[in-house]
Design a protein around this ligand. Structure first.
Ligand code: GLP
Length: 240
C-alpha cells in the first residue's frame, strides 16, 4: 500500500486528479470508479480544470460505488443526481457511459447482479477513487462486511446515517438501505486511490493502513490490493 501524506485538502485533490488524468491520457477509453461524499470533491474540481485545459474524456466511462435504496433518481441526495451534478456534468462525461446502481429497482438483487455484469462488460474498473467513512467503510461496505462481498443490498449503520444526515432536511429522511459494490468488487479494480482529509478520518486511516485486515475496518481490505494508494492530509495522517 502506497501512503502519500500532503499538507492539505487542495494538495490531496491535485495529487488524486493527477493520477486520474495521467491514466486517461494513456487510456482515453478508461473506466473510472467514482465516489460520492465530500472527500473526492476537490479531486473532481482539479480534474475539471484539466478537462477545461484539453484532457479528452469523451470516451471515459464511470461507475459509481453505491446508491441509496428508495430515493428516486431526481431526489437531490440520490447518488444518481449527486454523480450527475458533481462528476458527469462538470467533467463533461458522456451520460450514457456513467453508471449508478438502481436503488429503485423492484428486484434489488437482480439490479446488483446487473451492475456487476455492466462492470465486467466494460472490461472492469481501471482506477477506483474512494473516500472513507469515519467507521472505516468504503463505498457503503459497513463494518462486518464480508471481505469477499460483491455488489449487494446493505443496511446502513446508525453512525453512517447520522454522518450523512447533514445532507437531508430531517435525519429520518436518510434511507436505511443502500446498494453498494462489495469489497471484492472494489479489489477487482486495477488501481485504487483513497482520499481522506481532516481529523475526523485520522482513526479510520490509522486502522486501515496499520491495523490488521479485518471486516470491522472494511477499508483495511485495501492492504490486499497490489496497487492501492492512500492519499491523506496531515490531519488525517495524525494517528499514523
Ligand atoms: C459516504 C459514501 C462513501 C464515502 C463516505 C465518506 O457515505 N457512501 O463512498 O466515502 O461516506 O464521506 P465523506 O467524504 O463526505 O466524509
Amino acid at each position: 500500500m502506497e501512503v502519500v501524506i500532503l499538507a492539505d485538502e487542495r494538495e490531496v485533490g491535485a495529487f488524486a486528479a493527477g493520477r486520474i488524468a495521467s491514466m486517461i491520457d494513456k487510456h482515453p477509453d478508461a473506466v473510472l470508479g467514482v465516489a460520492t461524499g465530500s472527500s473526492p470533491q476537490q479531486t473532481y474540481r482539479v480534474l475539471g480544470e484539466q478537462v477545461a485545459a484539453g484532457l479528452d474524456v469523451s470516451r471515459v466511462s464511470a461507475f459509481a460505488l453505491d446508491e441509496y435504496v428508495g430515493l428516486p433518481g431526481d431526489h437531490p441526495q440520490s447518488y444518481h443526481r449527486v454523480i450527475a451534478e458533481t462528476v458527469t456534468e462538470p467533467l463533461g462525461l458522456d451520460p450514457s457511459r456513467v453508471h449508478v446502481p438502481d436503488g429503485m429497482a423492484l428486484d434489488l438483487d437482480a439490479a446488483c447482479a446487473d451492475y456487476e455484469d455492466r462492470i465486467a462488460a466494460a472490461g472492469g474498473i481501471d482506477l477506483q477513487l474512494l473516500g472513507i467513512g469515519a467507521n472505516g467503510h468504503i463505498g457503503f461496505n459497513e463494518p462486518t462486511s464480508s471481505l469477499a462481498s460483491r455488489t449487494r443490498v446493505k443496511t446502513l449503520t446508525a453512525r453512517t446515517r447520522a454522518d450523512n444526515a447533514r445532507f437531508f432536511d430531517d435525519p429520518d429522511q436518510v434511507p436505511r438501505q443502500c446498494l453498494t459494490q462489495g469489497l471484492a468488487t472494489i479489489l477487482d479494480a486495477h488501481t485504487t486511490v483513497l482520499v481522506a482529509t481532516g481529523t475526523a478520518k485520522a482513526r479510520a486511516i490509522a486502522r486501515i493502513v496499520e491495523g490488521p485486515v479485518q471486516a470491522l475496518w472494511p477499508g483495511s481490505v485495501l492492504q490486499l490490493h497490489r496497487r492501492a494508494t492512500v492519499v491523506v492530509d496531515e490531519a488525517a495522517a495524525a494517528e499514523l
